[in-house]
Write a protein of this length. Structure first.
Length: 132
C-alpha cells in the first residue's frame, strides 16, 4: 500500500502542477510540438522575406535609354537669316552689308525668287542665304 500512496501522491502533484500552469496561461508542450512550431516559424519567416524581396525588386526604377533623335544642324550657315529692306536701299546695298561684296546681289535674287530686282518695295523681308 505504500507504493500505491506514492503513486497517488505523484499523480496528485502532477495534476496540481498542471492546473497551476493552465491557470497561469502556460501550456504544456511535448517535444514533437516544439519542432512543429519551429518549422512553421521558419516557413513564415521565409515567406515574409520572399514577399519583401519581390516588393523591393519590383519597385526599382527602370532606366532606359531614350530613342535616338536626329541631329539638327544649327550652325550659323544653316540658320536662315532675314533682313527687312529699308527706304532707299537696294539689293547692292544689302549684299555689301552681309557679304562685303555688292556683286553678290544675284544670290539675293535667286534666294528670294524676285521677278524684278530693280524695284523692291521698302519693308520687303529678304532671305539672306549663306554663301557656299
Amino acid at each position: 500500500m505504500a507504493r500505491r500512496r506514492t503513486k497517488i501522491k505523484k499523480v496528485e502533484t502532477e495534476a496540481v502542477a498542471s492546473s497551476n500552469l493552465k491557470n497561469q496561461g502556460v501550456k504544456e508542450t511535448r517535444v514533437g510540438d516544439s519542432y512543429i512550431s519551429l518549422a512553421l516559424g521558419i516557413i513564415v519567416v521565409i515567406a515574409i522575406a520572399a514577399v519583401i524581396a519581390a516588393f523591393v525588386r519590383g519597385n526599382r526604377y527602370r532606366v532606359s535609354t531614350p530613342p535616338p533623335t536626329e541631329q539638327i544642324d544649327i550652325s550659323e550657315e544653316s540658320v536662315q537669316r532675314t533682313y527687312v529692306l529699308q527706304e532707299g536701299e537696294g539689293l547692292w546695298d544689302v549684299a555689301v552689308k552681309f557679304y562685303g561684296d555688292g556683286f553678290k546681289w544675284t544670290e539675293l535674287v535667286k534666294a528670294n525668287k524676285l521677278d524684278n530686282p530693280d524695284f523692291i518695295a521698302p519693308g520687303t523681308v529678304l532671305i539672306i542665304p549663306a554663301l557656299q
